[in-house]
Structure formats: C-alpha cells, structure tokens
Design a binder for this molecule. Structure first.
Ligand SMILES: [Zn+2]
Length: 73
C-alpha cells in the first residue's frame, strides 16, 4: 500500500533515539553502558574481561605513528 508523505512522517515521529542510560561500574564507579564491560578498568560483573593496559598502549602507539607521519609532510 502507498505510504503518503504525511504517513511517512507519522511513522518516523516515533523513531527518535532516547537519551543514553549509563550504569556505574561496581569497582571504579565510572559510568559505562549497561551490559558492557567498563572502558576504564575493563571489568564486567567483577571479572576482568578487557586488557585495558594493552588497549592504552595500542592507542598511544597509533597516536605516535600518526604524529610521525603528519610531521613528515
Ligand atoms: Zn570500571
């Protein structure tokens, strides 16, 4: 069935995303997305699931390489 322009608008009026809700980390107290490991300490449900230190090292390495290539140009 044909969707008119106004009908399209009516349907899409309910498609807006709500505000993000966070839960507090039980070990470091930082906000993180629910059902997701904490980005700050890498823990989920009291268990370490993310290697935060290697992630930080990787990020630093990437930033350094980027700075190097930018300074060359
Ligand atoms: Zn945490």
């Amino acid at each position: 069935m044909r969707h008119t322009r106004s009908n399209k608008g009516n349907v899409r009026s309910h498609h807006a995303l709500g505000e993000l809700r966070f839960s507090a980390c039980s070990s470091c107290g930082k906000k993180h997305l629910p059902h997701t490991a904490c980005e700050n300490c890498g823990k989920y449900n009291g268990r370490v699931v993310l290697d935060v230190h290697s992630r930080i090292a990787k990020k630093d390495k990437k930033a350094k390489e980027k700075a190097k290539t930018e300074s060359k140009q």
